[in-house]
Design a protein around this ligand. Structure first.
Ligand SMILES: Nc1nc2c(ncn2[C@@H]2O[C@H](COP(=O)(O)OP(=O)(O)OP(=O)(O)O)[C@@H](O)[C@H]2O)c(=O)[nH]1
Ligand SMILES: [Mg+2]
Length: 199
């Protein structure tokens, strides 16, 4: 899959606004400010594709990027940003839950976690959700440029320990700043998004 071909298609406020022609899509979930939008920009080599921002909570909609016919990357709203009013937060959570529970095209979930904070409550909820719903899970520990090698290994080991009983879960380090782990992520997404007829 050539992720450089990714094009922004639509921002949906809720499930009913999501594209109807998606056959397979991969959603990026994670805490606000974890680096979801940056990871999509790095993967697609398009600096501004998914809006990355220094103000957490900016991606409040479900954003769809088409990478090939019927194949999408999905940038989900970040969860857990404290400064967002509670009513807005509840609203996102409802729509996020609808999306996760009802979206048939969902082929896999990329959980984006800051490598310095493995794992917070919401991450554990997402991991449990993937486990209970048998949705393939790939965790990227982002901002690995912020840590030294030993600390990176410690975080990787801690993450591996959390997912050790989940058959379809994997983890890797990632850095949007230093372009670390991009090929490994692309390989995982290829496996999830590809179908025999697209080869
Ligand atoms: N050092 C470093 N900074 C990063 C990396 N990835 C993202 N950032 C920074 O972290 C901040 C948040 O990144 P975003 O990609 O906007 O995070 P997000 O998960 O999309 O956040 P929301 O849209 O609020 O949910 C920005 O200031 C980025 O520049 C990385 O790999 N290394
Ligand atoms: Mg974002």
């Amino acid at each position: 899959m050539n992720y450089q071909n990714a094009k922004f298609v639509i921002s949906a406020a809720k499930l009913s606004g999501c594209p109807l022609d998606s056959l397979k899509e991969v959603a990026f979930a994670g805490r606000s400010n974890a680096g979801k939008s940056s990871a999509i920009n790095t993967l697609t080599r398009q600096g501004q594709l998914a809006r990355a921002s220094k103000t957490p909570g900016r991606t409040q909609l479900i954003n769809f990027f088409m990478v090939a016919e019927g194949r999408y990357l999905v940038d989900l709203p970040g969860y857990g940003y404290a400064k967002v009013p509670l009513a807005v937060k509840d609203n996102w959570q409802v729509h996020l839950e609808h999306y996760l529970n009802k979206r048939d095209a969902l082929a896999g979930l990329v959980l984006v976690t800051d490598i310095r904070h493995v794992f917070k409550d919401f991450d554990l909820m997402m991991i449990d959700w993937a486990r209970n719903n048998q949705v393939p899970l790939h965790i990227i520990l982002t901002k690995s440029d912020k840590l030294k090698r030993g600390a990176i290994q410690d975080s990787l080991r801690a993450a591996q320990d959390v997912i050790k009983d989940i058959p379809m879960a994997t983890v890797q380090e990632f850095s949007s700043l230093k372009n670390i782990g991009v090929d490994a992520l692309a390989e995982k997404l290829d496996a999830w998004l590809d179908t025999p007829e697209s080869q």
